[in-house]
Every structure is written in C-alpha cells, then in structure tokens.
Design a protein around this ligand. Structure first.
Ligand code: TMP
Ligand code: ASP
Length: 235
C-alpha cells in the first residue's frame, strides 16, 4: 500500500490518498481543539491512543454486525480505511445527562436519563454544528429517510456494545458522537473515530473524567487519562 498526497487536514486527523482509489490512510495527530477551535492545544500521545482504541473498538463492532470503514492498522498513528463520503451529521447518543444536554435543558450532569437519547447536529464549523432534527436533515438533503433509519439503528447498537465493553473495564459510557459514511455502492458504514475525544468516559468507581472534558474544561490530567483508557482496554 503506497501513501500518496494529503487529501485533507482536520482538527485531529489528516487523510492521505493511496494507490487504491477506494482506500485512504488516516493519520491521527496530538492536536486538540475545543469550542470550535477557540481553544487549541496538544494532548501528548493522544494520536496513538485514539488510533489504537478506535481500531480495536471498530473491530469489535464489525464482528457484532456494525459495518465500519476500518481495513487495517498500519502503525501507531496511521490506519487504512475505506474511502467514504461523510454524511454531514454528528450522531450523538446519551445515557446520562452531561455537556450540552445539561446546559441547554438544565438537567444536572450525572443525572441518568429515563431512556437513551439520539440527536443529530449538522456538521458545519461555520454554523458551530447546530442541533437539528431528522426532518431538518431530510429537508436539507443531508441524508435520506432510509439512511437515517440505518444510522439510528447502528447508533443504538453501538451504544449497547460499547457500554458493555467499557463497563468490563470499570468505565461508564455517558455519551458519545459518531459519524457515518457512504461507500460508493451507497452502503452506510461507521466512520471517523471512537475515542476519548468523541466519548464521555467516567470511572465507574470514582466518577473521574477519563476523556477530553479534562482538556475542554481545563481540569488537567488528560494525557494520563488517555493512557489509562488505553491500558484498561488494550492491556
Ligand atoms: P456535547 O454534550 O458537548 O453535545 O457532547 C456530546 C458528545 O459528543 C460528547 O461525548 C463529546 C462528543 N463531541 C464530539 O465528539 N465532538 C464535538 O465537537 C462535540 C461538541 C462533542
Ligand atoms: N470538535 C470540537 C472543536 O474542534 C471540540 C470538542 O468539543 O470535541 O472545537
């Protein structure tokens, strides 16, 4: 597999072409941003943790019937994935109130929710990823009804599986964000990453944050927390 030109650079990853038009290489950076890039910094070792964790979790999900973009881990920071057209939705699943849910709705962080929730944000940095409902997504042509149904079913299935995997290592899955992509034949697959950047992980015993909120909220200890999550899940 030959690495070719850079196609894209995002806030936390770069994407490179390969000699196969259907495959790209994702390269994870240590760069971290919060509040739409208002806060910029580095979490040392984050790229390695997110690459390795995301790959391990996606392989587990794939084995349980959730199709993903994952193909093969190339090294500590780089992974070969299927090239997809990203559906411009941030798909957020919540088990416990936290973050923007708590702020917007006045529900104290840590309050268990009566049922798992699913919400969509329109992936658009200029608009600050606004919360939308599925009619908005349809009206704007962001996805079809069939795609939204598939995405919702996969998102709940990921929640069930991920919750169990994390609980086995003493971590509560509070909430998380997924992104999906379309393969050339139209099939929807899980894309982007699953990592402490995109999930809220709370230690089941102490309630300590083991995720990017440490960075977002200037709490400190994020480097150790990322290593801790990797150690618990990958040994
Ligand atoms: P929120 O409570 O800030 O809406 O975040 C919900 C979940 O989504 C949380 O696990 C963090 C994740 N998330 C991202 O992955 N990217 C983002 O840009 C934001 C705002 C949240
Ligand atoms: N994606 C957000 C940003 O770039 C960061 C976050 O809250 O995860 O600002």
């Amino acid at each position: 597999m030959e690495k070719r030109e850079q196609l894209y650079e995002g806030k936390a990853k770069k994407v490179f072409a390969t000699d196969d038009a259907g495959l790209v290489i994702v390269s994870y950076k240590d760069d971290a941003t919060a509040g739409d890039g208002a806060k910029k910094g580095t979490i040392r070792g984050k790229g390695v943790v997110n690459n390795r964790l995301s790959n391990a979790l996606m392989q587990k999900l794939e084995a349980q019937g959730v199709p993903t973009h994952f193909v093969r881990e190339l090294n500590d920071r780089e992974t070969l994935v299927k090239k997809v057209e990203i559906v411009p939705l941030e798909v957020i699943v919540r088990n416990v109130a936290a973050g923007s849910f708590s702020k917007r709705l006045g529900v104290a962080e840590g309050t268990p929710l009566n049922c798992t929730t699913l919400e969509f944000s329109y992936k658009n940095d200029d608009l600050h990823d606004p919360l939308i409902n599925h009619y908005h997504a349809l009206a704007m042509g962001l996805a079809t009804q069939a795609e939204i149904d598939t995405i919702a079913a996969y998102a709940f299935k990921v929640n069930d599986l991920l919750r169990e995997v994390m609980m086995e290592v003493g971590i509560r899955l509070i909430d998380f964000k997924l992104e999906f992509g379309r393969l050339p034949d139209g099939q929807i697959v899980l894309a982007d990453e699953i990592s402490p950047d995109t999930c809220r992980f709370w230690d089941a015993k102490t309630g300590a944050h083991l995720d990017k909120d440490l960075f977002r909220r200037d709490l400190g200890g994020e480097e150790d927390a990322y290593q801790e999550v990797m150690r618990r899940l990958l040994g």
